[in-house]
Design a protein around this ligand. Structure first.
Ligand SMILES: Cc1ncc(COP(=O)(O)O)c(C=O)c1O
Length: 391
């Protein structure tokens, strides 16, 4: 079977270094945060071209903590894309805000930036574009709207570590960028992991507070922010000291493990090479898949797509998937239910037909194998099978 994604090939290609890095952490006795995490945060911030990074438990928490740092809470609205993994909308709901959905474009599958402004109300606090499937949303347009309407921009880069938009890295364009290191991601660890990247010192410190129960100096800063007063050790409003276990806001427990940071430090120098290889495979698919029944994804031309997944669209998806499976080729669906039609959001009142492009993708989109270690033989077999399919 040619898998959709396969993780052991990459592990084997770096096995010596990865094993050594993991063992070093085991022997160190320091397992959460610590030096490995601090180093990886700096390396990843440099890679993204931003000043700060905060290592957290997973990509979902990265979104939750970023929203908290932006002060998003009950009564607020956050505009996001109707086609994404559930966590995008879940994070908005978890902080008590309401997700407001916008369709994706028909061609590129990222949020339709032209449709964002019409959805802004006086309750809108942030725009949360998703760089879906590894391609950046139109960030210039989104940032321009956000600046004019005084909104935060939080990029969901879970599927886009290393993607670029007009020469800038995913995560570096909004106020904060949220990354997932889930094992299948372009930069994946051996468990759950995530990161918030930002250029803003205050947002950085607030994210640090929210990842450790709202305690410490940064927790105090978060408290002051909520109350609208200056609250820092030494400020006019606070003369106390800050012993351990004093908490100032309700936060989370969401920290990156040292072992994951150590593994990610080994992998990060290879990320550009892996993403380059994914683009080569995508180019082969694009040039050689000629079956008129198969609609190929379109690259928006804003920068480099990193093809977390390669999603084509076919009318008879079940038939296509069964045909591929009969030839020992795995396929996947990202994602079968658009966010506005998820049962949990039924009270928001969306109806089928509201987001035609997201709904089309949910019904007809299908991913074919994509990972850097695919062999030439496997790529050729996928192409031949896709071209041989007929309804
Ligand atoms: C678009 C998107 N956002 C958020 C997440 C959440 O990341 P994690 O699984 O690390 O919590 C994912 C993960 O699959 C994702 O694809």
């Amino acid at each position: 079977m040619i898998p959709l994604m396969e993780l052991t090939r990459q592990y084997k290609s770096l096995q010596g270094q990865l094993d050594e890095a993991a063992l070093k952490v085991l022997h160190s006795g320091k397992y959460i945060l610590g030096d490995e995490v601090v180093r990886f945060e700096q390396e990843f911030a440099d890679y993204c071209g931003v000043k700060y990074a905060v290592g957290v438990g997973n990509g979902t928490d990265a979104l939750v903590l970023a929203l908290l740092a932006a002060g998003v809470g009950p009564g607020d609205e956050v505009i996001t894309c109707a086609m994404s993994f559930f966590a995008t909308a879940e994070a908005i709901a978890v902080v008590g805000a309401t997700p407001v959905f916008v369709d994706c474009t028909k061609e590129t599958y990222v949020i339709d930036a032209n449709a964002v402004e019409a959805r802004i109300t006086e309750r809108t606090k942030a725009i949360l574009p998703v760089h879906l499937y590894g391609q950046c949303a139109d960030m210039d347009q989104i940032n321009e709207i956000a600046r004019r309407r005084r909104l935060y921009v939080i990029e969901d880069c879970a599927q886009a570590a290393g993607a670029e938009y007009k020469g800038r890295r995913a995560g570096s364009m909004g106020d904060m960028g949220c990354v997932s290191f889930f094992p299948t991601k372009n930069l994946g660890c051996a468990g759950d992991g995530g990161m918030i990247v930002t250029d803003h010192e205050e947002l950085y410190r607030l994210c640090q507070a929210y990842r450790v129960h709202g305690s410490g100096e940064n927790g105090l800063l978060a408290y002051g922010k909520k109350k609208g007063i200056a609250m820092e050790p030494g400020s006019v409003n606070f003369h106390g000291n800050l012993p351990k276990y004093y908490n100032f806001v309700i936060g989370h427990n969401s920290r990156l493990d040292a072992i994951q940071a150590a593994l990610l430090r080994v992998k990060l120098p290879h990320l550009n090479g892996w993403n380059h290889r994914r683009r080569q495979i995508a180019k082969r698919y694009d040039e050689s898949i000629t079956n008129p029944l198969v609609k190929k994804p379109v690259c928006g031309g804003f920068g480099s797509h990193i093809y977390y997944v390669f999603v084509v669209a076919v009318e008879d998806r079940d038939g296509f998937r069964a045909f591929m499976k009969s030839h020992e080729i795995a396929t996947g669906v990202y994602f079968p239910v658009p966010l506005h039609l998820q049962k949990v959001f039924e009270d928001l009142g969306y109806q089928p037909g509201d987001m035609p492009n997201a709904e089309y993708l949910a019904e007809h989109g299908v991913a074919i194998p994509m990972f850097p270690e695919l062999s030439e033989e496997e790529i050729a077999k996928v192409i031949n099978c896709v071209n041989a399919w007929e309804e």
